[in-house]
Design a protein around this ligand. Structure first.
Ligand code: AMP
Length: 220
């Protein structure tokens, strides 16, 4: 196993967060999930949380400068852990933020992976999505059910639906993804060569996970 730091891209419902979690559990990655960090800030009602609450509820992107500050406070130089960035970068403006993080924390991203899924399939998948309000583990009622119905595998807490998983907000989030992902992925496709990989996300969780591990050279 050779890879260190990863970025995982994918539209809402592509399964990227579940895949990142599983990679974290199997290979010891620390997940850097901007969405979860923002939801935590909202739960704490700190100054960032109060600033971003309405944007999260509406499915709108949080301004790039706030994302930069959020990551600066969560990533320190001299980090020894292997990281997966999930949900960041999301805009071309955030590409520069990631570059600054790489420089400041002396880390370099080894692979950029896009989990590719059609809008139709993703929308269907999102209706069954559940999350743990305590540890943020992600489940799906059909594709990735918890061991005990509606309870988190890790802490037994009752699972919930995210408030921004309602049909109207999902439609907005998909629209925003369409708007930003084209230029963002084109940038990495053009500049990163073999470090950029696209993976078909339409199979079962197990199939996609296996394909992801194979692409990353994590299994033979
Ligand atoms: P996620 O959990 O990745 O689906 O993100 C949930 C919400 O958090 C998004 O709909 C945005 O409102 C916000 N968010 C998460 N990551 C970012 C980011 N990198 N840039 C801007 N907004 C973000």
């Amino acid at each position: 196993m050779s890879l260190a730091h990863l970025v995982i891209f994918g539209r809402p419902g592509s399964g990227k967060s579940s895949l990142a979690e599983r990679l974290g559990a199997d290979f010891g990655y620390r997940l850097i999930r901007t969405g979860e960090l923002l939801r935590e800030a909202v739960r704490r009602q700190d100054s960032l949380g109060r600033q971003v609450e309405s944007q999260l509820k509406a499915g709108q992107l949080v301004p790039d400068d706030l994302i930069g500050t959020l990551l600066e406070t969560n990533l320190v130089a001299g980090n020894q852990e292997r990281l997966i960035f999930d949900g960041f970068p999301r805009t071309l403006g955030q590409v520069a933020i990631l570059e600054r993080i790489e420089e400041r924390c002396q880390l370099s991203i080894d692979a950029y992976v896009d989990i590719h899924l059609s809008l139709e399939l993703a929308a269907r998948r999102m209706t069954g999505r559940r999350v743990c309000p305590k540890c943020a583990a992600t489940y799906h009622l059909i594709n990735r059910p918890p061991r005990v119905a509606e309870r988190c595998d890790h802490d037994g807490i009752m699972l919930i639906s995210r408030t921004d998983d309602s049909a109207e907000v999902v439609a907005i989030r998909q629209q925003i993804y369409e708007q930003h992902s084209g230029p963002l992925l084109a940038h990495y496709r053009q500049t990163m060569g073999a470090k950029f990989q696209e993976i078909d996300g339409s199979g079962t969780f197990a199939e996609v996970y296996q394909s992801l591990c194979r692409h990353l050279g994590l299994v033979g």
